[in-house]
Write a protein that binds this ligand. Sequence first.
Ligand SMILES: [Fe+2]
Ligand SMILES: [Fe+2]
Length: 264
Amino acid sequence: MNILFIGDIFGRPGRTIVKEHLPELVKQHSIDLVIANGENAAAGFGITPALAEELFELGIDAMTTGNHVWDKRELIEYFQMADGNPHSPARRLLRPANFPDKMPGWGVYEGRKDRAAYAVMNLQGRVFMGQSDDPFQVVDRLLETVKSKVVIVDFHAEATSEKIAFGWYLDGRVTAVIGTHTHIPTADETVLPKGTAYITDVGMTGPYDSVIGVKKELVVDRFLSGMPARFEAASGDVRLCAVVIECDEKTGRAKRMERVMVRQ
Ligand SMILES: [Fe+2]
Ligand SMILES: [Fe+2]
């Protein structure tokens, strides 16, 4: 089974490059399953129900988010729209699982793609991030409930150390641990000794002529003046950053992880 995981889709530039290149990537890598992080789809801040639907229409099977999940409050109603249907698009959009239990939405999704059952989990780190439950303990609990052998974990975190530790913690227990959130791809993709594919950060799918997606002048000014500023999405040097994971769907073990970067 070949899985494509697309890093944080940022604003219209990110959505457009996914639309333009997803079909050829699926063909080129014989992709069976497409997962993407969509937390920045709405001009860099959150995702709306309409944009989630638009991205699902392009052929994304499941989507994760992160700290930006509530930037667009309409998502509360969207999660409610799942209304008991375990495979509706609203149910295939995740928020970090280690957020409070009473929060709307889900942190894990289990589905089937022609050849195999799979699970997607979304967890958020705690180092240099907002408050959440311990992702290490929460992932243990989630793994007890999941039936699929193929398990893809989006670990949305800032610190490389926390991400690498999480990868080692899950080695042999999940198919892949994919880091998101920093918007900068790292070159450490690997398959750990017990069969878990790992990368510290898959990188952003969006404008790189920016500071992690935002117009660079605005961010530099904020560092210089210390004054709050309204951030706007940048538009130049758009790239699609992703990884392809090849795994054995019977055991869930990864065989290979490959970094992909497509420039517009
Ligand atoms: Fe992000
Ligand atoms: Fe984030």
